[in-house]
Design a protein around this ligand. Sequence first.
Ligand code: NAI
Length: 253
Amino acid sequence: MICGDLKGRKVLVTGASSGIGSAAAVLFSEQDCFIGVHYFRTPEGAKETFKQVKKNSDGILLYADVRDEKQVEEMVNQFAKEAGGIDILINNAGSLIDRQSFEKATLDYHENIYATNVRSIFLVTRAALPYLKKNKGNIVNIGSVAGHTGGASGSGMYSGAKAAVATETMSMAKEFAKYGIRVNSVLPGFIDTRFHERFSTARHRKEVAERTPLGRNGTAEDVAKAILFLASDAAGFITGEYIAVNGGSYMRA
Ligand code: NAI
């Protein structure tokens, strides 16, 4: 899949050490983009992504806990300095962290879910905005189908956080349109990544595939292609929108 207009763009991908972020980093490198491969706890995964990126183009490895204001600012400024600006920001880093019910969840868990999935996008976007303004860049936020449905058992607060991602995508799109910056989101359904290796059983993964209209679980590459479309000029008049990548498991008019 090649989008010629993306050649040479500077693309910062958060959470690129595995799953969707890694697939996006590699797909954008195939467009000859300069990639910021951001990671947090898994430098080995990031190095693997970086190796794939280097086969196609160039980039740098970047470390930050996306919940931390100072670390985020340093990471974003480092990328902009080494890349010579920022054209595309992919706010992918996020996590369910754990399955906890409203009845039993700790306050720490609640705060951590929102810090990991919502504060992170605020911090990274705010730090990247001066660079994106200069380049009339664009942003793709990764939400979740759970933000529409309320999610499965033990993912209620994660769902709330992902609903905030979807809503803030629209608010950012309105606010940044005056700078020529587009902001959209991709809402994955059930995607086979480390996420579900950790949070779902093999049996559950099979059951979800069987009840999904397209008959399988999604792949990280399925999601990366939707991100690529939204970031490309092919989506030049699209902002404040989302693409659901879920094999038809959740449809709405
Ligand atoms: P993953 O676990 O492979 O990737 C998550 C990435 O986020 C990792 O690279 C991790 O290091 C990073 N991350 C988490 N907390 C961080 C922190 N505090 N600071 C910096 N980085 C942090 O899982 P996957 O599936 O690739 O997830 C990517 C995004 O897609 C996440 O936002 C997730 O919520 C979302 N998503 C995934 C779905 C799935 O079925 N796999 C479904 C819906 C949404």
